[in-house]
Design a protein around this ligand. Sequence first.
Ligand SMILES: [Zn+2]
Length: 193
Amino acid sequence: MLELSSRDFEVIDSLIQFGVFKDIEGYRLDRSKGIILVCCADGDQFHDLYNHECRINLTQRGDNPRIHPLSRNGGILAYQKGNRINRYPDSYLEYMYEIGDSALMKEMPTIVIEGHGPCGAARLKNIILMAQLKTQMEMKAIIRERYSGTDVASHFHVDYKGRNGKDRKTYHFGSAGWAEWYRTQAPKFLAAA
Ligand SMILES: [Zn+2]
């Protein structure tokens, strides 16, 4: 069974400690028109991730959640130019256009990028958790700039698989604090990898 490593959990614990991973406060984001959910297709995690987003969505949409999932293997990794998750170098472009098309066609100006760990698709291509996180932050900025009329939020879903009595949890993975954390904390994890 795929599990996060103890090193991965050290990274996650550090992100929580430094306030980069936070509890989600759904009301901070306007989800009244629904969300485009950019996430991994992982069949063991999707139900939890999707149901969680539905529950948040319901707080602003009564009993009618609107979630438009764009779920590829590896999620946001597939949208990055040059990322080895894709076999064909230009695939990322098609996926990027898909985000814009979805926002237009569904009239949904809110995009939620949700990474997750452990990610089998990332593991298959030897992409470590730190690289997943870095890509997610870089892609958040790129998507925000490319689709300037949209609001882009970032979440990260962790399957603890019972570690310390925890099951699964989705965190708000914001830009605030990330750059500082990556500069000051990431090197020690990368050096030990
Ligand atoms: Zn995955």
